[in-house]
Design a protein around this ligand. Structure first.
Ligand code: ATP
Ligand code: MN
Length: 466
């Protein structure tokens, strides 16, 4: 048998008159007296190949009895399509059953709800919607490497198991090999982690930033792109317990430079998606599942082509207080910006992405550079319509005394951070970086409204299947 060709390739080249072999999964079978009509998808393209199987084929009875979900290899002639839709279809010379699907395959022709598909995430990649989403996800990952690599950033694989809390927020999953039924105890009655696998208490990383800073202060500029884990109990449409983050870190950079980098990166992602995934995006925007419609294209083109707005936290609070809107959470100076506030700013007030800078130190992480006003830190959040925060970043505190003072104020145990403090003792330089939640970026570009639908196998509180 000749080797398999991707259906995508056929739709790109329309090789009418050629004999080819495709392999894929049957989306539907329609039988008439004279022939069977198979719709076959192989995951390379949104559109499926229509295949006519003539009743004269020797295994016709086997083929015409196939159920949706079966895998097949088809060798046949590419011909002009009679129907509307695609330019080509195939006339089978031979059809081979690779794996028949039994009764009960969950993806039947009637449209399935997103909830149902989440429960059947092992088959989501075989649907048009999730095929599209995961091809887009792939393209955005490639665009990320392209963007940073072209700008001289080195790709760092920061550790996943770590002994420090990089955000100082205490939302970490412990990693242990101790017998939890009967763990060793210290004299004081606490669990004795010195007996654990690593001889200390360790967790899954909430960020790669601190290690990223080490390498930026050596290589100049790095980015991480890896999984991060947070045991926060936020059961929202925008939070996962395991998500992927892209974290660039740049030596000798200040907050302004990193804000511009963030804007350029988002524009690059948007532009790449519009160029490479327009077929997929147009398809998703037509569905009722996404938060957006076809006008999302204009919105994204506008994001790609216009400057990002920058305002300070203090200005943001003024806008919110004067808005006349009754928010659930207060908007006094010093209050945290909640999602409702972020969304008001970016969706209602500015109606485009906005970068908010210089937040009060109180609710921001210990490592952020303290401003001279003694109240605010050089932090930024990038807010986008439909989501709110998509990026969080800051210039880092490079002054050892100020950093230690802040860690003490937060009551942190500094002993595990000796190496992080060393960066400030030996050749300290201004530096800055940010973290973009990869799934939030995919949500933003596709318009999908639940983060569980843009990651292959979502992990959320009380849910870890597959
Ligand atoms: P939020 O306020 O939305 O919880 P955060 O302030 O905790 O975000 P950071 O610690 O600044 O977020 O993390 C950087 C980025 O990582 C965020 O801007 C967001 O895009 C993404 N992110 C953070 N937490 C999650 C999560 N639980 N699930 C998915 N993405 C997340
Ligand atoms: Mn959070």
């Amino acid at each position: 048998m000749s080797s398999r060709i991707a259906i995508k390739k056929l739709f790109e080249t329309n090789p009418v008159g050629e004999t080819v072999t495709i392999k894929g999964w049957i989306r539907s079978v329609r039988n008439s007296k004279a022939f069977s009509f198979l719709v076959v998808n192989d995951g390379t393209h949104l559109d499926s190949m229509q295949v006519v199987v003539d009743a004269s084929l020797e295994n016709y009875s086997e083929i015409s009895a196939l159920l949706t979900g079966s895998s097949v290899a088809i060798t046949g002639l590419v011909v002009k399509s009679g129907g509307k839709g695609q330019a080509i279809e195939m006339q089978a010379f031979s059809a081979e059953v690779i794996g028949a699907a039994g009764e009960g395959y969950p993806l039947q022709k009637k449209a399935s709800s997103l909830e149902f598909l989440r429960d059947n995430a092992h088959f989501r990649a075989r649907t048009n919607l999730f095929g599209a989403i995961f091809r887009i996800r792939h393209e955005l990952a490639m665009a990320t490497h392209e963007f940073f690599s072209n700008r001289g950033f080195y790709y760092l694989n920061s550790p996943i198991i770590t002994a420090v809390d990089g955000e100082g927020a205490g939302e970490m999953f412990k990693v242990t090999t101790l017998n939890m039924e009967n763990p060793p105890k210290t004299d004081k009655g606490n669990i004795d982690y010195s007996k654990d696998y690593f001889g200390k208490e360790v967790s899954l990383a909430v960020t790669g930033q601190l290690e990223g800073e080490c390498h930026a202060l050596g290589l100049g500029a790095i980015y991480t792109f890896g999984p991060t884990f947070r045991s926060e109990n936020s059961n929202t449409k925008r939070h996962l317990s395991e998500f992927w983050m892209i974290e660039p870190e740049v030596a000798f950079a200040d907050l302004d430079e990193i804000a511009d980098l963030a804007a350029d990166y988002i524009k690059h992602l948007v532009s790449h998606a519009l160029n490479k995934c327009s077929h997929e995006l147009d398809f998703i925007w037509k569905l009722p599942f996404s938060d957006v419609d076809a006008t999302h294209k204009d919105i994204l083109e506008n994001v790609r082509d216009s400057e990002f707005l920058k305002i300070t936290y203090t200005e943001a609070i003024e806008i919110l207080s004067k808005s006349g809107v009754k928010f659930e959470y207060p908007t006094n100076w010093g209050d945290e910006l909640q999602t409702e506030h972020e969304r008001y700013l970016t969706e209602k007030h500015f109606q485009r992405p906005v970068i908010v800078t210089n937040y009060p130190a109180g609710f921001k992480a210990f490592y952020m550079k303290q401003n001279d006003d003694g109240k605010t830190v050089r932090a930024m959040d990038v807010l986008v319509p439909g989501i709110g925060e998509i990026i969080g970043g800051s210039q880092r505190e490079e002054d050892i005394d100020k950093l230690i003072a802040r860690m003490d104020k937060d009551g942190m145990d500094k002993s595990g951070y000796w190496w992080y403090l060393d960066l400030r003792r030996y050749g300290s330089v201004p530096h800055a970086g940010f973290g973009l939640g990869f799934e939030r970026a995919i949500m933003y570009i596709t318009g999908m409204s639940n983060i569980r639908d843009v990651i292959a196998f979502p992990r959320t509180p009380k849910s870890c299947d597959f």
